[in-house]
Design a protein around this ligand. Structure first.
Ligand code: PAF
Length: 267
């Protein structure tokens, strides 16, 4: 396993590979802010609650290595499953209300697996800083909570969503979309952006229902959830005055591909 102990500051960028510009923005920031950067590429089986999703998850190891090298990443860590899980990880994390909503509700066990792998990587690399994309808004909150629970010394650095020209949030899963689905999926970011303007004059429930309604007429889409939440507690708000930090988080299937995105209403 890696020990990067001699570097003055170590940055960790955990990924599941199939790298795109979103990941590279994390790597570039890590390179700018640390003496040594480690990127991990590991499709973590314990965070998949759906076997088909795990099987279909894109894998592009050669291209990933090349992109990481070009971006100035010092160490690429690409373990196999036996290396990360020589025996079953039986740890069960409890993130309370943070973990029960949204992704936690629709993907039971997902965040337990994320906490397992991110904690293992943190123990192995002992980073000063670790970089995560805000597209996975709830994941960032869960990882921050895990760092507190385990008393890890790493600073968690959330990085802004990177979008395609069309507005579609960059995701490794985008490469699984057909051309038509990719065009259709733009509706997600368009709808979220339009809902921000609407929020100036409409109550939370109307904005919520309008967003959900945008996906109703096309059978290609199936919404898991659209939740308008306090950005810290991740609990739903019912009034725009409930919090100074309000975020809308969506998970929607486009065909078989599950996409997530979010938008800040306040804060
Ligand atoms: O966001 C991801 O790609 C994964 O959940 C992570 C943080 C690399 C853990 O496997």
């Amino acid at each position: 396993m890696i020990k990067a102990a001699n570097a003055a500051s170590v940055g960790l960028v955990p990924t599941m590979g199939a790298l795109h510009e979103g990941h590279m923005s994390l790597v570039k920031r890590a390179v700018a802010e640390n003496d040594l950067v480690v990127a991990s590429v590991f499709v973590n089986p314990t965070q998949f609650n759906d076997k088909d999703d795990l099987a279909r998850y894109p894998r592009t190891p050669e291209a990933d290595i090349e992109m990481l090298q070009d971006a100035g990443c010092n160490i690429v860590f690409m373990p196999d499953v036996e290396e990360m899980y020589p025996e079953e990880d039986t740890r069960v994390f409890d993130f309370g209300a943070l973990g029960n909503v949204m992704e936690g509700r629709f993907r039971p066990g997902h965040f337990n697996g994320v906490a397992q792998i991110v904690s293992k990587l943190s123990y192995a690399v002992e980073p000063d800083n670790a970089y995560f994309g805000e597209k996975d808004f709830q994941q960032v909150a869960i990882i921050k909570a895990m760092v507190k629970q385990l008393d890890l010394k790493v600073r968690i650095i959330p990085c802004p969503i990177v979008r395609e020209k069309s507005g579609l949030a960059k995701s490794s899963r985008n490469m699984l979309l057909t051309d038509t689905q990719r065009e259709k999926a733009v509706l997600i970011s368009k709808t979220l952006a339009a809902s921000v303007a609407m929020a100036a004059s409409k109550p939370v429930n109307e904005v919520h229902d309008w967003v959900v309604g945008q996906f109703a007429s096309d059978p290609e889409f199936k919404i898991d959830y659209y939740d308008i939440v306090d950005g810290d507690s991740l609990q739903s708000v019912s009034d725009w005055n409930d919090s100074d930090y309000i975020v809308g988080c969506i998970a929607v299937y486009c065909g078989k591909i599950r996409l997530i995105d979010n938008i800040h209403y306040k804060g």
